[in-house]
Design a protein around this ligand. Structure first.
Ligand code: ZN
Length: 118
């Protein structure tokens, strides 16, 4: 399946939904983010992950620094936290440990709902 790629106004709107859900904070450590963060693809783009809001989290740093860098440097730990999702999973179905909300499922409308307890 072709992965979703957004550009222009649609990408801006997708980023706004993610940043708003995160309340302009890093989803992992909670630091306030204005221009010192980036949006991580939970299902990595190299695994076919797309630009769905449910697949994006706002993290401090870049792909090599801050929490965004930590995720890519620690894939096993990041997977246990739901920050990395397998190529076969739908990110909307995989719980994420969010610094503001606890264990949640992310949806494409830009909100987070409590993850069902196992
Ligand atoms: Zn952080």
């Amino acid at each position: 399946m072709k992965s979703l790629r957004l550009t222009g106004r649609k990408l801006t709107e997708r980023n706004r939904l993610i940043d708003s859900r995160e309340m302009q904070c890093c989803a992992r450590c909670g630091v306030e983010i204005w221009n010192n963060g980036s949006r991580h693809h939970r299902k990595l783009r190299s695994r076919g992950g797309g630009d769905e809001v449910s697949n994006g989290v706002l993290l401090c740093g870049s792909g090599t620094t801050g929490c965004h860098g930590w995720v890519h440097a620690h894939p096993d730990e990041a997977t246990a936290l739901g920050l990395i999702v397998s190529r076969w999973a739908n990110p909307a179905d995989v719980p994420l440990l969010h610094v503001l909300y606890g264990w949640v499922l992310l949806n494409d409308e830009g909100t987070a709902t409590p993850a069902p307890t196992i």
